[in-house]
Design a protein around this ligand. Structure first.
Ligand code: OGA
Ligand code: NI
Length: 372
């Protein structure tokens, strides 16, 4: 999409690599800096001051579009309600690439527990947490905790710590999970997988396909949970929690807390994804855009940070990620015609994710690399 000029294309006038290494070696991420009482954002985190990066710039003169919320209540019993939901989802994914869902069937208590365990993971004893710290993105390490997976390749370090685990197709045994997540993640994954299958059915129907189409081709085979912690930030205007990016999966189902900061790029402006109690955010990833041949869009989004409070979120990525596979995903034949030929070459999920991770969140789209 080429929204923002690539941050940091100007070479820094300091030894960035040394400062990154020192930060990395603390193994305590951004939270470690905040705990140590820093009052200024270190320069490795500074965004270049381009107009696009003036994240708190005033946009009040423009009317604010409102992200669609879709009610899933009764869609399995009432065909009119189902049709309505499908229509709304189609419109949302063709334009926004994002929507929120309510009455999705996951009990609020499970959502609350899932959020709580992210906080507990990041706020646990530092020496215990450090044991999970790794930069091994090969897929061999099952639980990955670090700050900025692309630390050494991206020009701007993000104000965010993260950890992830693969939950399908080869779920971790509870004892392999960090203690705070041991009880809740298996249950949460089960519920999210069920909901994801329902959402993929609705998307299949929205595309005019058999309801099981996206399931049958393997969109629900993989699931990874990714917990984010965005510490409070003494100078939030200087940095960013996640810069503009699109996700590298089929869909993401995101649970956010009530702090806010997530924004989606829609009709040339950044629009808030407001926290709604009990709701989940759903967005299309690059692989869904690829297999739908641009019918559905994987929108750019970003996360701003806050001065006085930390924020957590839990993203469920429908993707087999770096798991070795031979299955090739390509534009769905039923969606192509003489006038609408394939725009992308086929790829395995692993090849896509390898390319995406190698590039890092540099403000450019990974999808264009796969264009024919
Ligand atoms: C992501 C993401 C948003 C958030 O994990 O890709 O965009 O609110 N997360 O944490
Ligand atoms: Ni994302």
């Amino acid at each position: 999409m080429g929204l923002n000029p690539i941050p940091g294309t100007i070479q820094p006038d300091y030894d960035r690599k040394t400062e990154l290494t020192a930060f990395d070696e603390t193994k305590t991420g951004v939270k470690g800096l905040v705990d140590a009482g820093i009052t200024e954002v270190p320069r490795i985190f500074h965004l270049p001051p381009t107009p696009e990066n003036l994240v708190n710039s005033d946009q009040t003169s423009r009317s604010k579009p409102c992200l669609p919320t879709i009610d899933l209540e009764g869609i399995n019993e009432d065909s009119i309600k189902r049709k309505e939901a499908i229509e709304k989802m189609k419109n949302a994914l063709e334009s926004w690439g994002f929507f929120q869902i309510i009455n999705h069937g996951i009990p609020v208590s499970i959502l609350e527990d899932a959020k709580k365990c992210i906080i507990e993971f990041f706020e646990q004893d530092t020496d215990v947490k450090k044991q999970w710290y790794t930069r091994d993105l090969s897929g061999k390490t099952k639980v990955v905790y670090n700050s900025n997976f692309d630390l050494y390749s991206t020009p701007v370090t993000n104000w965010r710590d993260s950890f992830y685990c693969t939950m399908a197709p080869n779920p971790l045994q509870p004892h392999e999970l960090p203690l705070p997540c041991r009880d809740i993640w298996p249950e949460y994954s089960k519920q999210v997988m069920k909901l994801g299958c329902c959402v993929f059915e609705l998307i299949s129907e929205a595309l005019g396909l058999n309801p099981k189409h996206l399931f049958d081709i393997g969109c629900t085979e993989g699931l990874a949970l990714l917990g984010h912690y965005y510490p409070s930030c003494p100078q939030p205007e200087l940095t960013i929690g996640i810069p503009n990016h699109a996700d590298n999966d089929f869909i993401t189902i995101l649970l956010q807390d009530d702090i806010g900061g997530l924004q989606v790029f829609y009709q040339n402006q950044w629009t808030d994804v407001p926290p709604i109690p009990g709701a989940l955010v759903v967005n299309a990833g690059d692989l869904l855009q690829l297999i739908t041949n641009d019918k559905l869009v994987s929108a750019e989004h970003r996360v701003l940070v806050n001065k006085n409070c930390s924020r957590v979120s839990l993203a469920s990525f429908f993707s087999t990620g770096l798991m070795p596979t031979t299955k090739v995903f390509e534009p769905i034949k039923e969606l192509l015609s003489k006038n609408s030929p394939a725009k992308y070459r086929g790829t395995t999920v692993k090849d896509y994710v390898d390319y995406y991770n190698g590039k890092g969140l540099d403000g450019t789209s990974a999808l264009s690399h796969f264009k024919i």
